[in-house]
Write a protein that binds this ligand. Structure first.
Ligand SMILES: [Zn+2]
Length: 373
């Protein structure tokens, strides 16, 4: 058999067992190498989706329509993230190496993607059955959530589509409630909450919020800080990511060894902030640090010492790369309280912790106190 040289090289790289074994067929899309119809379907579906023409040409009109919906900012942010497949579904967390398996926490299905989490899950379907949207949904096959959104929007008038978005949001909240160790909420509760939000929108109770939401596109802000332990042998570093509505997108605490240089640690936490946002696929508008020296070092306003030169240049590269629009800004300590308390909390937690869409309860008061802008 003739082999391309590249293929031959790849084959030669396969490690061989020490003892001879029978050849066997292995399905690489399953952890155990076994073929299942479910995973075959999933792979075939995603291959098909890749081949579909991009919807970007009609997306400009779609987004104009979307941002004009009279909905609270946080619900629009949620839906925007669902559309771009950046919600922390278990499949996304798994792909970012933050979770071992991409299994649905509600029904155990193998691939918890956005469509599954908001529409396809067995548990979620029970909620949709109680709504008027079920007839439009029951015939849909698994698809990219963005395509489903455009499809559903084409079937519904504006008021109905707003209601649909609120239902998706209510389902997502219920699911997070469940995945944080709480009991399954009554399905009717999910429906009632969504109906209440819609009713309050229609009566204008949140009209102020809705008006505010009309003009805004989401942006993200990262606050970072470091704290040195009393023995000065290690430092705690804290990163807090929030959106422009003030909702927490992610919080992380970890420790690094302390070698006597506070600025070095303050620079490391800026780098950590950039990595965390990249892991959760958000593009922040700004990173705030309360270390004026580090902000000046990275902005080339003062020369860096050679011991920390590498970390400064890595951050500069990340900030000036072609797809980056993030700015590093100085924030006085009073505007960086939440990150400061995260860093202090990190001092007593040797294992790194990353939380998605929530902050540790210890810093709740500081999160709400911090100025967002
Ligand atoms: Zn499920």
């Amino acid at each position: 058999m003739n082999c391309l040289e590249e293929d031959a090289n790849q084959i030669l790289k396969i490690p061989l067992p020490r003892r001879p074994l029978e050849d066997q067929l292995v399905w690489t899309y399953d952890n155990r190498g076994q073929y299942k119809v479910k995973s075959g379907y999933y792979v075939a579906f995603h291959m098909k989706v890749k081949d579909m023409p991009s919807t970007s040409s009609n997306q400009t009109g779609w987004w104009k329509y979307f941002w004009k919906l009279s909905l609270p900012t946080k619900i629009k942010f949620f839906y925007w993230r669902a559309f771009f497949n950046i919600l922390p579904t278990n499949l996304n967390l798994h792909n970012r190496k933050l979770l071992v398996a991409p299994i649905c926490p509600c029904c155990g299905f193998d691939y918890d993607d956005t469509y599954h989490a908001l529409v396809g899950c067995k548990q979620v379907k029970k909620v949709w059955k109680l709504t008027r949207f079920y007839s439009s949904l029951k015939s849909t096959m698994p698809m990219e959530f963005s395509n489903l959104s455009i499809h559903i929007a084409s079937l519904l008038i504006k008021d109905e589509f707003e209601e649909w978005v609120v239902f998706c949001w209510s389902i997502w909240l219920a699911r997070n409630y469940l995945t944080h160790g709480n009991d399954v909420r009554e399905l009717q509760d999910v429906v009632t909450r969504a109906e209440n939000v819609v009713a309050s929108l229609r009566t204008g109770i949140t009209q102020g919020q809705a008006n505010l939401a009309k003009s805004t596109q989401p942006w993200y802000k990262v606050n970072v800080d470091a704290a040195v332990s009393s023995k000065a042998d290690h430092a705690g570093i804290g990163v807090l990511v929030r959106n422009s509505a003030g909702d927490v997108m992610a919080a992380s605490i970890s420790q690094v060894p302390f070698l006597g240089d506070v600025e070095f640690v303050e620079a490391l936490v800026v780098q950590k902030g950039l990595r965390l946002t990249s892991d959760i696929r958000l593009t922040p508008t700004m990173i705030e640090s309360d270390s004026l020296n580090v902000v000046n070092l990275i902005g080339n306003k003062i020369a860096s010492r050679c011991e920390m030169g590498w970390v400064i240049s890595e951050i500069q590269e990340a900030l000036t790369s072609s797809h980056s629009t993030v700015k590093l800004l100085f924030a006085p300590r009073t505007c960086n309280e939440a990150a400061h308390h995260l860093a202090k909390l990190a001092l007593c937690h040797p294992i790194e912790q990353v939380r998605i869409e929530e902050a540790p309860s210890e810093i709740f008061t500081y999160v709400s106190k911090d100025k967002i802008m």
